[in-house]
Design a protein around this ligand. Structure first.
Ligand code: SF4
Ligand code: FES
Length: 366
């Protein structure tokens, strides 16, 4: 068998060798950290994804060893394959930084800034992107788009105003289910995710569209408005499921399971199972197994990304020494409280995950 051809590529002054055919984005991911460009539409587990959002733009300052001319324009790294001797600039390129800020501004033209009430807050890729590359303010003076409300069934909530039209959910339905019932209707500023003639999405694996959606356009109806992700403890767990791998992350508060998702890697993509397949999970595991007793708990999940979830994560946590009393000359602080212990809102007697629908004041004022 002939040996695989390796190409040398330098990204942000770091040189590596990757197999021919590797994209610049995947090569950068193999270096890791900030060298990897952000990707809002590319998803390595979905065939044909990428090339839509332009967040992964990079500068190719040297095309290859044979033809060292730089590429005239910034290129989408998720759709550009490496050439031998190629030199790429990502975070070291002012042009890229400027273009990325423009892309964020463009993506936010129509995206509402409703992070305080959005269930995706804390794990939203657009939120991270805006934080890292966005500019203050917008030059847009027109009204944001509004849409007719579509019902996607009992499990999935669509907020079309938040959608960035990355097509990931469409590819997921195409490649994971037998019959896709939703897609992007219309074009230009009228383009929208919708179910043709308002069909509900029934397929056993359709819940995975929630996991691939980079923003809060598709969220889990069984979890909506129940809790913030940074208050929950992610745990790796599995069950013997006849339909899927049964390998999930449980999002618990105490013993209550609030949410079940597939396990995600540092790029926010669904991890592979030990047998090399993508760990998509079925609707039964995701929406119907909401008791700790349904699962074999493996242990706390390591959250690698620099997200608010990892900020509050408790794996290996060392509590800093309490200094407040010292600062207050020995007086006990009265106004500060640990919201995990004392809360007038989340009464421990109310099992939030068992409530049908959103947790509102009516639940607590009975
Ligand atoms: S609903 Fe989410 S996954 Fe689907 S196209 Fe919109 S942003 Fe992408
Ligand atoms: S991730 Fe490359 S264009 Fe969207």
């Amino acid at each position: 068998m002939s040996e695989q051809q390796l190409f040398k590529v330098t990204i942000d002054n770091i040189t590596i060798e990757v197999p021919a055919g590797t994209t610049v984005l995947q090569a950068a991911r193999s270096i890791g950290g900030d060298v990897a460009p952000p990707a809002m539409c590319f998803y390595s587990k979905l065939e044909g994804s990428g090339g839509k959002c332009r967040t992964c733009l990079v500068e190719v300052s040297k095309g290859s060893e044979k033809d060292p001319r730089p590429m005239p324009k910034l290129v989408a790294s998720c759709r550009t394959t490496v050439m031998d001797g190629m030199e790429v600039k990502n975070i070291t390129s002012p042009k890229v930084k400027d273009a990325r800020a423009g892309v964020v501004e463009f993506l936010l033209l129509n995206h509402p800034l409703d992070c305080p009430i959005c269930d995706q807050a804390g794990e939203c890729h657009l939120q991270d992107l805006g934080y890292e590359h966005g500019k203050e303010g917008t030059r847009y003076e027109f009204q944001r788009r509004t849409f007719k409300k579509y019902d996607l069934g009992q499990y999935i909530q669509l907020h079309m105003t938040r959608c960035i039209l990355c097509y990931r959910c469409v590819f997921t339905a195409d490649q994971l289910t037998e019959k896709r019932e939703h897609g992007v209707l219309d074009r230009g500023d009228h383009a929208q995710i919708a179910t043709f003639i308002e069909k509900n999405l029934h397929n056993d694996f359709i819940g995975n569209v929630i996991d691939v959606c980079p923003v809060g356009a598709l969220t889990d109806k069984t979890f909506r408005f129940k809790n913030r992700v940074w208050f929950l403890k992610p745990l790796d767990a599995h069950r013997d499921c006849p339909t899927c791998s049964g390998r999930v992350t449980l999002w618990n508060r105490g013993d209550e399971v609030f949410r079940v998702t597939a396990r995600k890697d540092e790029w926010g993509e669904i991890e592979d199972t030990p047998d090399g397949k993508t760990g998509w999970i079925c609707n039964t595991c995701r929406f119907e197994k909401k008791k700790t007793s349904d699962w074999m708990i493996e242990g706390p999940r390591n959250v690698n990304r620099h997200s608010v979830i990892s900020q509050g994560h408790y794996v290996g946590l060392q509590k800093p020494q309490e200094t407040i009393e010292k600062v207050l000359d020995g007086r006990q602080p009265k106004l500060l409280m640990d919201i995990h212990n004392i809360s007038d809102v989340n009464k421990p007697s109310v099992e939030l995950s068992a409530i049908n629908g959103a947790a509102t004041s009516s639940v607590f004022n009975k």
